[in-house]
Design a protein around this ligand. Sequence first.
Ligand SMILES: *Cc1c(COP(=O)(O)O)cnc(C)c1O
Length: 426
Amino acid sequence: MNLTECYKQFGISEQIVQVADEIESSLEERFRELDRVAEYNQLKVIAAMQKARVSDIHFAGTTGYGYNDLGRDTLEEVYAHAFHGEDALVRPQLISGTHALTVALSGNLRPGDEILSPVGKPYDTLEEVIGIRESTGSLKEFGITYRQVDLLDNGEFDYEGIRNAVNERTKLVEIQRSKGYAVRPTLSVERIGRLIAFIKALKPDVICMVDNCYGEFVETLEPTDVGADMLVGSLIKNPGGGLAPIGGYIVGRRDCIERAACRLTAPGLGKEVGASLGVSQALYQGLFLAPTVVASALKGAVFAANVYERLGFSVVPNGQESRHDIIQSITFGTPKGVIKFCEGIQAAAPVDSFVTPEPWAMPGYDSDVIMAAGAFIQGASIELSADAPIKPPYAVYFQGGLTWYHAKLGILNSLQKLSEAGIVKV
Ligand SMILES: *Cc1c(COP(=O)(O)O)cnc(C)c1O
């Protein structure tokens, strides 16, 4: 077996394979830790499936109203067990992470209530949901207000600011775990726990909701283990394990889930309706695979951080830091660097490897954006993908990889493209 020859078939030079080997060897201990977390989470998921007595009858779909959809109801029980919540809403009718967050928010808020984000600006798409940016149908149009407390310059919580912001109308606190496309650090579950404890001490009946996107199975604990009332995420990210073709989840306190369900379907109908249309098996099997898929994506992120750090680029998180989500950013400082990186990722894909990504105007962005994704599921960012706005500081955000070997190929390909363009010297 000659791996170097295999990589050569992809146009990757011997020198690059050698550097990669060195870096990979230096990460043995780190990878072992990631595998231990995956092992723990794998057992957690299997235990949840056993406790819910999952059987192949649960893989059959329903149509129409979806009354008595055993597969759907049992999957929700599995999610509740796996994430240590009282109940869950896991549905293909939750069409994205943004939609799941919208349903959780609008189901649990009433006119006159206020949302507080104690961790700065939320994810871009939530700006229009909340009404931070004017938008048709925003929560603001329903008389729901929003308040925000930014993190301090050192990345700490502004406890004084939070104390001053909590008032008699504060109904729900939205905590985003992942940094998303912002510059702040991602929050560890332990830090989220400290924040929730502080807020509950100020106002015990406030609903603490965590946007868990990109965070699932990165640690052995989830925010529901440290006091979160609601946990929300997308199934085409971590918990879908690359198999879920669509969907979102909300896990947590029974009353919160019930209110969300009555918003997703209709008051009086709640969780009782919503056909699973035959996707249940993919959602079960995806959850089963998710812990190892997340570990693969994390290996890719840690590897990329170490490769590009060594070449002198600024990387967040850095090569040594502990991880709390699967996103890796690399700052190239030039449009060309960003474009070459994305071309390399695209060229490594099992799907659409032959297309060349190009910067393009996208709705919701104020600059051109380049996206590399050769995915089995359209837009799935648990699959190896990279995107970057073409504006300073010219940073690329890279995430996913259903297998570590695919993530590695993508990173080596990117290195080859950057090297051929004279941007890096290996
Ligand atoms: C991806 C993401 C969302 C939104 O999810 P979509 O499925 O793209 O709508 C929300 N918050 C965070 C932190 C995310 O990473």
